[in-house]
Design a protein around this ligand. Structure first.
Ligand code: SF4
Length: 358
């Protein structure tokens, strides 16, 4: 068997790559192995059409299961939101959430990194800093863990812990696996990548990425100075540069972009803020997703009232923008946007936190 770092896992490999991995076997064995994994069977012993000797070899190499992570805690909210805490091969933790909306969409909210380096001031993940990038397998496995516990998600959004464009190659590989027609075959329209706004990553998605997924950008303010104070990425990539990259993306991909706007009481919810957002949206084919901030312990913000949220949304709508509101789901288990927090046991992650990009 060819050498491969075991912790990289097998679930983000295509059939031909699995065949390479077991190159002493006939080519079709790779496809058989892929089919088991894509169907959610990770225990080698259960892969009945693989010869016993091959199963033993795989077990010797990878252990009983091809899965590199395991669920150590699961919680379900009264609104049906399911949150999982996963322990990774090296003892670190991430969380994944399954949200079910009124229309019955079941969205897997996946993490792309352990922690995050982006430092957004309204986000609890920022407090962790960046521990490491997730491997593509670790991203894919989140989907399978959610499927096993709560049923298969219909949609995927990269809006969990971490900035997916800061881990672009592993994230892109996981998306290719999700979309692969011989595997899960999830439509690109059902996969959304949510970013804090990294122009070179947005250009990569526009120019070089084969899967035409949806793009969401966490804006949070269309005032350059305020955005810099809320989202340090804005110092490196100020609003004009971000806007330019979005136009570029749109010209190539011809797809509507979602602008996510976390509404912070008294910070970015004024009429002026609304006008600035309308100005930023000019020229973009976009929808604005307004997300009332979910309280996170110790963060210096207040949750907007429903009235002020509606006022802000109406202001945008009067200016002709398409607006969606994302009211809370999963709050009973701290699984809502912006407040995901698990209970891992690593000293550094006494309370590992997952906030959203957006
Ligand atoms: S909001 Fe997203 S990009 Fe910003 S610190 Fe949190 S996880 Fe990172």
């Amino acid at each position: 068997m060819k050498s491969r770092t075991d912790h990289q896992g097998l679930s983000a490999l295509f059939p031909n790559e699995l065949s390479d991995l077991i190159s002493q076997e006939p080519l079709f064995r790779g496809r058989q192995l892929f089919t088991w994994l894509a169907g959610g069977t990770f225990k080698f012993e259960e892969m009945k059409n693989l010869p016993t000797a091959l199963r033993r070899t795989l077990i010797d190499r990878y252990g009983e299961t091809a899965c590199t992570s395991k669920v150590v805690k699961q919680q379900t909210d009264t609104d049906g939101t399911v949150k999982l805490l996963l322990k990774l091969y090296d003892g670190l933790f991430v969380e994944s959430v399954l949200l079910t909306d009124e229309e019955g969409r079941r969205t897997a909210c996946l993490s792309s990194q352990v922690g995050c380096a982006m430092g957004c001031t309204f986000c609890r993940t920022a407090e962790l800093g960046l521990e490491r990038n997730l491997t593509a397998s670790e991203i894919v496995e989140q989907f399978y863990h959610l499927t096993e516990i709560a049923g298969q998600p219909s949609h995927i959004v990269f809006m969990g812990m971490g900035e997916p464009l800061a881990n672009i190659y592993e994230t892109a590989r996981s998306i290719e696996i999700f979309h692969f027609s011989e595997g899960l075959n999830i439509s690109a329209r059902r996969i959304t990548l949510s970013t804090c706004g990294i122009p070179e990553g947005i250009r990569f998605l526009a120019e070089s990425f084969s899967v035409p997924i949806r793009l969401a950008v966490s804006l949070t303010s269309a005032d350059n100075d305020l955005r810099t104070s809320l989202m340090p990425i804005n110092r490196k990539a100020p609003l004009p540069e971000l806007h330019e990259s979005l136009l570029y993306y749109q010209n190539i991909r011809k797809k509507r972009i979602t602008l996510e706007y976390v509404l912070l009481d008294g910070v970015n919810d004024s009429e002026t803020a609304c006008r600035q957002l309308v100005q930023f949206a000019k020229g973009l084919e976009c929808v604005v997703n307004v997300i009332p901030w979910n309280p996170g312990a110790g963060l210096p913000y207040n949750e907007p009232t429903r009235d002020s949220t509606e006022r802000f949304c109406s202001c945008l709508e009067h200016a002709g923008l398409r607006v969606t509101r994302r009211y809370r789901r999963g709050r009973g288990i701290s699984g809502a946007c912006g407040q995901l927090a698990g209970s891992g046991t690593s000293p550094h992650h006494i309370q590992p936190v997952m906030q959203t990009n957006e």
